[in-house]
Design a protein around this ligand. Structure first.
Ligand SMILES: *Cc1c(COP(=O)(O)O)cnc(C)c1O
Length: 414
């Protein structure tokens, strides 16, 4: 009866999570993902139609008819399951095709698929680096990059968020290592800010380091043709390794990849543990992802609409008097600073038909509570205008319009 003691411990932990106001609850969506969804909230209430502003459905491809049709065709032509890891009998022609399409789209040398970007990050550091090496990461990299780095024995350094002088210091400290690798997100998920990849690549050249970019919040729509952060920063060909996800802009189902130097991808096929010991993406998803890559390679219409929507929303919200983090990314952080205010504000918006989530510590730094709005190419002007009006109404209720951090904090505390 060992569980008795553990059970009590877990119950207490869960209780303290709840007391800390940090207990996460799921909201059940009763429709396909899209701009308009029906959400059951709180649990047990009849589903309510709301406009979705919290999905990573940047290009609006999650329920796109062509993508769904491709998935159906994939099911008919290639079946449901692979029942094997890839190197035994779990690779189909369409898996290879998708890897080639990703390579071409990202402008790299080769690509290897994983079941998720989390798996891609779990594989990549361990295969490439050992204790003679050093990895130097931005302090705000995604949790999956943090975990991936933990799985390798390399010396670990980190630098202050986007602080190039600090990165340079760490590169100097790490000069004794055999190999150095700089790791960063292309776009950081809480602020929507963009890594200084041009400067990072220049430092990498100066100090003889490889560069790894997790571009999950960029692939498909950042840069003029949507290649990602390396396109925006004009360093295509200089980033050695890109890890990214199919779970956001590229249809949003699941899957990820490592794309980059040919030898690196080849090494991952020999030694990447999530590749060797876990099934890859199912045929249905691969078939649909192939169509997604065709769609976004053929035209930048969706990416351009997303950019237009983002600019419109950012401008109108600033005009309305909200304190938003500047930038160009469809992640738009509406700063409220106080955790309870962020929660109450999001709840009120829900009853106005706007589905957004309040973020607060420990997801963001203490005193940095916010509502994170995510714009999609699926949003029409009516969606955006309805959201802006609802935000203004609730902003008036809490008397925060036209107010900056100092005034909001003076009223609500941190
Ligand atoms: C979403 C995200 C991931 C995880 O992607 P999955 O494919 O869902 O595992 C990894 N890295 C970053 C930066 C992300 O934003």
């Amino acid at each position: 009866m060992a569980y008795g003691k553990a059970k009590e411990f877990y119950q207490n932990e869960l209780e303290s999570i709840k007391e800390g106001g940090l207990y996460k609850e799921e909201r059940y969506i009763h429709t396909p993902q899209g701009a308009d969804v029906k959400v059951e909230y709180p649990e047990g209430s009849p589903p309510k139609e709301v406009i979705n502003f919290c999905a990573n459905n940047y290009l609006g491809l999650s329920s796109h008819p062509d993508v769904m049709e491709a998935a159906r065709r994939g099911l008919d032509d290639r079946g449901y399951g692979m029942s094997s890891v890839r190197f035994i009998c779990g690779t189909q022609d369409i898996h290879k095709e998708l890897e080639q399409k990703l390579t071409k789209f990202l402008g790299t040398e080769d690509t290897i698929l994983f079941a998720s970007c989390m798996d891609a990050n779990a594989a990549v550091f361990e295969v490439l680096l050992n204790k003679e090496d050093a990895v130097i990461a931005d302090r705000l990299v995604h949790a999956s990059v943090v975990d991936g780095m933990k799985l390798c024995n390399a010396q670990q350094y980190n630098y202050k968020h986007s602080d190039m002088a600090h990165l340079e210091e760490k590169l100097q400290e790490a000069q004794g290592a055999r190999f150095r690798m700089i790791a960063t997100d292309g776009v950081f998920s809480m602020d929507g800010d963009i890594a200084k990849l041009d400067e990072i690549c220049a430092l990498a050249e100066k100090y003889d380091a490889m560069v790894l970019v997790d571009d999950s919040h960029a692939t498909g729509f950042i840069g003029k043709t949507g290649r990602g952060t390396h396109e925006l920063c004009e360093v295509i060909g200089k980033v050695d390794i890109i890890t990214t996800t199919l779970g956001k802009a590229l249809g949003g189902a699941s899957g990820g990849c490592v794309s980059g130097r040919k030898e690196i991808v080849e090494m991952l096929r020999q030694r990447g543990r999530p590749y060797l010991f876990s099934n890859t993406v199912a045929p249905v998803i691969v078939a649909a992802a192939n169509t997604v890559l065709d769609l976004i390679s053929k035209t930048t219409d969706r990416r351009d609409k997303l950019e237009k929507n983002t600019l419109y929303f950012r401008n109108k919200m600033t005009e309305a008097g909200f304190d938003i983090k500047e930038g160009i990314h469809p992640i738009v952080p509406i700063m409220l600073y106080n955790a309870k205010l962020a929660q109450d504000f999001a709840k009120d918006l829900y009853y106005e038909g706007i589905f957004v989530i309040g973020f607060f510590y420990p997801v963001v730094a203490r005193g940095q509570a916010r509502i994170r709005v995510q714009i999609s190419a699926d949003h029409e002007m009516e969606h955006l205008d309805k959201a802006i009006q609802a935000f203004a109404k609730i902003g008036t209720k809490y008397d925060i319009l036209g107010k900056k951090k100092k005034e909001i904090v003076a009223k609500y505390g941190l």
